[in-house]
Design a binder for this molecule. Structure first.
Ligand SMILES: Cc1cc2nc3c(=O)[nH]c(=O)nc-3n(C[C@H](O)[C@H](O)[C@H](O)COP(=O)(O)O)c2cc1C
Length: 194
């Protein structure tokens, strides 16, 4: 079972760096799935201008899109790390999603968000987008509120994730639930394969 942790913010000095360290570090200790970190900074793509990937599955417009598509194809489930930009989720993430489709389909997706309301508005919007991708968006998410963000920013060490300690039970709940769905849906996907 492979769970991908997707970093969806790419700007210089991003807070997501620490969130990614914390989430991957914690989940790597689990024995029920493997973790792969997918950083959208390493998947730069032009603004989507192709044909709808839902209609032309895996007909990749470029080597870069194919690299992202083949990467997402490997996953049994996703944890998207998301900021909230102007009450929405990052456009870089939507652009990456629009270049692909079947790679996400019939897989569970959960979220770790941060910001004034713990990224809740961005996450709610992403749940709606996930339904269009025929995914299973999960109820459990981790919301990193400003107090925790401020405590985390006190430390200049990008590997220092101690400020997130109070959120560990939430992350465990998310991971336990994601495992259940990833197991169930990967078994169902296998059954439909010829
Ligand atoms: C363009 C922009 C818009 C933002 N809008 C919001 C917002 O609507 N709600 C919020 O809670 N934080 C907002 N913020 C503050 C972010 O929560 C904060 O900058 C966070 O560090 C962003 O994640 P990142 O550093 O990984 O990019 C915004 C930040 C930027 C750069």
């Amino acid at each position: 079972m492979l769970i991908q942790v997707i970093s969806s913010t790419t700007r210089e000095g991003r807070f997501s760096e620490k969130v990614a360290s914390w989430v991957t570090e914690h989940l790597q200790a689990r024995e029920d799935f493997e973790i792969e970190h997918v950083d959208l900074r390493h998947h730069p793509l032009p603004f989507f201008d192709g044909i709808a990937p839902a209609r032309a599955p895996r007909e990749y417009a470029s080597a870069e899109v194919e690299r992202l598509g083949r990467t997402l194809d490997r996953a049994d489930g996703f944890i998207v790390l998301t900021a909230e930009y102007n009450h929405g989720y990052p456009a870089v993430l939507k652009n990456a999603m629009d270049w692909t489709f079947v790679e996400w389909r019939r897989k569970p997706i959960s979220f770790v968000g941060w910001g004034n309301v713990g990224g809740a508005r961005a996450i709610e919007q992403l749940r709606l987008v996930a339904v269009e991708f025929e995914m299973a968006p999960l109820r459990h998410a981790v919301h990193i509120l400003p107090e925790v963000m401020m405590a985390s920013r006190q430390s200049a060490d990008p590997g220092d994730t101690t400020a997130f300690a109070p959120l560990e039970p939430r992350l465990k709940l998310l991971a336990d639930d994601l495992t259940w769905w990833a197991d169930a849906l990967s078994a169902a996907r296998r059954l439909e394969q010829p």
